[in-house]
Design a protein around this ligand. Structure first.
Ligand SMILES: [Fe+2]
Ligand SMILES: [Fe+2]
Length: 220
């Protein structure tokens, strides 16, 4: 399994980046207020959101390639993989926690609003849309680090990993929830770097990997 740097943060470089970061921080505050340390429930609701951008991005990149009769540089496959990977996160966490009725309503309303809003944003500025996902994923890494801390402190149970997770991530038969959260956090860090990289490419900027690596962020 490849490992990723946990402390990566992209410094906003223009107005679009600042809007993307502000939007992400506002959603983070909402999620922190609503879920606090109920990480299993938090993961379920947020993974239903996280699985949307990859599908929207893949659809709109696909349509763009058709219109312009151009190759996609491998982006469509990458984005579809991301959407599927996020859906597997969701399927894993519903084995660990069960959403209550309020969370189910929240999921319905959030999907209705977020799918359309993200679609529109991607039409207007694909670069800002990928930056939003990059920042979402920075926050996802922080949240899963918090989840691990709860498990390690003994405040959250550490049951055996669901069968589906063992098969998907090819984990040992003795794997526990902790191993699953580590694998999921690694996926999120990968999505973060891919999406910041796509945003950089669309902005015509060189890869910002170096300055992102140099800038530690606070772990929540
Ligand atoms: Fe995820
Ligand atoms: Fe993700």
């Amino acid at each position: 399994m490849a490992t990723f740097i946990l402390t990566t943060h992209h410094t906003p470089r223009d107005l679009g980046d600042r809007v993307a970061l502000g939007f992400t921080k506002a959603l983070r505050l909402l999620a922190d207020t609503f879920f606090a340390k109920r990480y299993g429930h938090r993961a379920i609701v947020l993974e239903t959101v996280a699985a949307v951008p990859g599908m929207v991005g893949a659809t709109l990149q696909h349509l763009r390639c058709l219109r312009r009769m151009q190759h996609d540089r491998g982006w469509i496959h990458t984005l579809l993989d991301e959407a599927e990977n996020e859906r597997m996160h969701l399927m894993t966490f519903v084995e660990v926690a069960k959403p209550n009725w309020l969370e189910r309503v929240l999921i319905l309303l959030t999907q209705g609003a977020f799918y359309n809003a993200f679609f529109l944003l991607y039409l207007i500025s694909p670069k800002t849309a990928h930056r939003v996902v990059g920042y979402f994923e920075e926050e996802a890494v922080v949240s899963y680090t918090g989840y691990l801390a709860e498990i390690d402190a003994g405040r959250h149970a550490n049951p055996p990993a669901p069968r589906l997770a063992i098969d998907y991530w090819k984990l040992p038969e003795t794997a526990t929830l902790r191993d699953v959260v580590l694998a999921v956090r690694n996926d999120e860090a990968n999505h973060r770097d891919v999406n910041h990289g796509f945003a950089d490419t669309l902005a015509g900027q060189p890869s910002a990997d170096a300055d992102r690596r140099d800038e530690p962020r606070k772990a929540a």
